[in-house]
Design a protein. Structure first.
Length: 374
C-alpha cells in the first residue's frame, strides 16, 4: 500500500517540478528545458510504475492486458538527461544534429528488443511473466538492469569529469552576464554515484521488481528534489560587461592554466579565421562563447592576458584588419566607404571612420589615398 501511494505522489511531484522548471526565467534557458524534460520523463515513469504495481497488488489483471514494461525506457533517459544538463550548465555546445548523437541510443536497444518480443506473447504468458517478475524476479529483468546500471555509471563518470575540469578553473560559470556557482553539481553527481554503488548490489540480491521500485523511487525523490532546488533557486550574481574582464583579474578562481589557455586561444583564432563572426554587426562575446564551447569569462581572461584587450577591442581590431585588406585591393571600383564599413561589421559610416582612425591614426579615405600615392 505504501508503494502504491508514494509512486503516484512522486509522479505528480515530478510533474509539478517540470512545470515550474519550464516556466522559471533563468539566464540559461537551455539547461532548464533539459531539466524540465528530465522531470517530465520521471513523471511518466512513476505513473507507469504506479499503474503496474496497483494492478498486480489489487489483482486487477484485466488492466494489464495491453501493458508492456516500457517504464525502463523512461528510466534510461536519466543518464543522458543528467549528462546534457551538465553540458548546458557548463556552457558546452550540444549539437543534436550530428550522427554521433545516435550513440546515446545504444543502451535503449535491449529494452526495445525485449518489449518487441514481450508484445508477441499471449496475454496469459505476459501476465505470468509480470507476476513472477514482481514477486521473485526474472533473468530478463536482471539483464536489463545490468544495461541500466552500466549506462548510468558511464554518464555519471563523464559528467563528473566535466565538472572537475571546470572546478579546477573556476567554481563559477558566466551566462548572459549572470555569474552562477556550479560547485554543487559535483555533490549531486557524487550522490548519484554513491546511490548506484549502494543500490546495484541490493537490487541484484533481492532480484525482484518490488524491491527495484522501492529503492529506485526513494533514490529519485531525494536526489532530484535536491537538483531542483539547487538549480532553480540558486543564487545568481549579475555583473556588467566591464566587470566580466575585471572579474577575471580579481577572482583567483577564474585563472586559467597556461596549457588550457593556449588550447582555448587556438580554438578562438581558428574559429575567427574560418567563420569570421566579426563581420556581423551583432557579434558579441556570448554568441562566440556558445559557438566554440568556451565560457565567457574564459574568453575575457584569455584576451586580457594574451592581448591586453577586451572582447569588443579584439573584434574591432579584426574588423579593421578586414577593412584594410579590402581597401588595399585594386578592384574597389566605386564602392563607398559606408559599404566597406557595413561589409566589415560596422553599423554606420561614422562608427567605421571613428574606429578605423583609432587603430590606424587615419580615416579609411586617408588610408586609401596613402596607398595610391605609394
Amino acid at each position: 500500500m505504501f508503494l502504491k501511494y508514494i509512486t503516484l505522489a512522486s509522479g505528480f511531484n515530478f510533474l509539478l517540478l517540470a512545470i515550474v522548471t519550464f516556466l522559471k526565467k533563468t539566464p540559461n534557458k537551455k539547461s532548464n528545458n533539459i531539466l524540465g524534460i528530465f522531470f517530465f520523463t520521471l513523471f511518466i515513469y512513476c505513473i507507469l510504475v504506479s499503474f503496474h504495481y496497483t494492478s498486480l497488488i489489487d489483482k486487477h489483471y484485466s488492466l494489464l492486458r495491453y501493458y508492456s514494461p516500457i517504464d525502463g525506457i523512461f528510466l534510461l533517459m536519466m543518464g543522458p538527461c543528467i549528462y546534457f544538463y551538465v553540458l548546458s550548465v557548463l556552457n558546452k555546445p550540444i549539437i543534436f544534429l550530428e550522427w554521433k548523437i545516435l550513440s546515446h541510443l545504444i543502451p535503449f536497444v535491449p529494452y526495445i528488443i525485449f518489449n518487441a518480443y514481450f508484445v508477441t506473447l499471449s496475454y496469459q504468458e505476459r501476465l505470468n511473466w509480470l507476476i513472477v517478475d514482481f514477486r521473485d524476479g526474472t533473468l530478463e529483468n536482471n539483464l536489463l538492469n545490468v544495461a541500466l546500471y552500466t549506462q548510468m555509471i558511464v554518464y555519471l563518470l563523464l559528467s563528473f569529469s566535466l565538472i572537475n575540469k571546470q572546478l579546477k578553473v573556476s567554481t563559477k560559470v558566466l551566462t548572459n552576464n549572470i555569474l552562477i556557482d556550479i560547485s554543487w553539481l559535483r555533490l549531486f553527481v557524487l550522490m548519484n554515484i554513491g546511490f548506484i554503488l549502494f543500490s546495484a548490489p541490493l537490487c541484484f540480491y533481492l532480484a525482484n521488481e518490488r524491491a527495484n521500485i522501492i529503492i529506485g523511487q526513494l533514490g529519485m525523490d531525494i536526489q532530484f528534489l535536491y537538483i531542483f532546488f539547487k538549480s532553480v533557486w540558486q543564487t545568481e550574481i549579475f555583473i556588467s560587461d566591464e566587470e566580466v574582464v575585471l572579474s577575471t583579474n580579481k577572482d583567483p578562481n577564474l585563472i586559467i592554466d597556461e596549457q588550457l589557455a593556449e588550447d582555448y586561444l587556438k580554438t578562438l583564432l581558428h574559429y575567427m579565421e574560418e567563420f569570421k563572426p566579426h563581420l556581423k554587426e551583432d557579434c558579441n562575446i556570448q554568441a562566440v562563447s556558445e559557438r566554440i564551447g568556451i565560457s565567457v569569462h574564459h574568453l575575457s581572461n584569455i584576451l586580457n592576458q594574451r592581448f591586453e584587450k577586451s572582447f569588443p577591442e579584439f573584434i574591432n581590431e579584426q574588423r579593421i584588419n578586414e577593412a584594410k585588406r579590402i581597401l588595399s585591393s585594386n578592384n574597389l571600383g566605386k564602392v563607398t566607404m559606408e559599404a566597406i564599413g557595413s561589409e566589415c561589421g560596422f553599423g554606420s559610416k561614422s562608427s567605421f571612420n571613428k574606429t578605423f582612425k583609432k587603430y590606424t591614426n587615419l580615416t579609411p579615405t586617408e588610408f586609401r589615398q596613402g596607398l595610391k600615392v605609394e
